[in-house]
Design a protein around this ligand. Sequence first.
Ligand code: KG4
Ligand code: ZN
Length: 338
Amino acid sequence: MRVLGIESSCDETGVAIYDSEAGLLSHALYSQIELHKKYGGVVPELASRDHVRRALPLISDVLKDVGLAKHDINGVAYTSGPGLIGALLVGAGIGRSLAWSWDVPAVGVHHMEGHLLAPMLEDNPPAFPFLALLVSGGHTMLIHVEGVGRYILLGDTLDDAAGEAFDKTAKLLGLGYPGGPQISRLAKQGDPNRFRFPRPMTNRPGLDFSFSGLKTFAVNTLADTDAGDQSKADIARAFEDAVVDTMAIKCKRALKQTGLKRIVLAGGVSANQGLRERMTQLGRDQRIEVFYPRPEFCTDNGAMIAYAGWRRLVAGQTEPLVIAAKPRWALDQLSGVA
Ligand code: KG4
Ligand code: ZN
């Protein structure tokens, strides 16, 4: 079975073709970073309009790339939530309509399920069950994953998502958008011993997160310095270390609580090198296996949607002849796939 996947929930148009026999055949991504940069964040209406411009040419490109025609596609998957409603509707409208005109089934994919299953595209995919740390621009979740669609939420953020905390702190330090990669780059030149940021909510039981206090801590710390380049790098380092450390502490706690022996890291923030290194270390210490997608599949992409869509289509799940998108959609409300 060959599935076309379309991702358009935020500021990236991603398209891919996944083949159940041969694996990922082709994928392409158009990032809108340049478009939104001057506004310091994503402008939803501009995002929607740009998805309209990019999606169809990208679909033609990925088909051409592997010498396939429309009749070679057996199903279409698109992100139907959560995300920006206008942006989602572009992908859902195009995906559902193409499936109808090609006379193949369509399926709407939960964006975070896409992220969660992205490590399945790698050579050494994780077996179920596993613990997942899902960290993106909109979500921070610890999940007990029993199988596809069988997700038990163990912990969530009470305020800012992990990626959001990176983005907001970057803005306060005068860095560009998106902030995660910028903080990460700057942190490499930072002194790890100059400042120590708190590890929020680690001194009480539970698996929830809270990151909004860290940005206030960053502002106050910055105000007490010369606000020069080295001070900013030192703050970036202290901030990143605090986020990474907090996540590692919660993951360790969740592993102990569930008895799970594998951990999957996914979502945009899982591209962070410091986090990946720290989790690899945690894996060694705790004798558990650690999995993460290649960096380009940590952030939004069409490949993860094609793959997640295939898992659902092959189980017989299809979308009715309706173009629907859900800006809010709880991951633990999904139906399980055998
Ligand atoms: O998964 P994603 O591409 O989109 C959402 O579903 O939100 O995640 C985007 C988020 C942004 O907040 C971005 O700053 C963050 O992931 N991010 C990073 C890194 N690369 C992207 N955060 C920390 N370190 C990185 N290297
Ligand atoms: Zn995402």
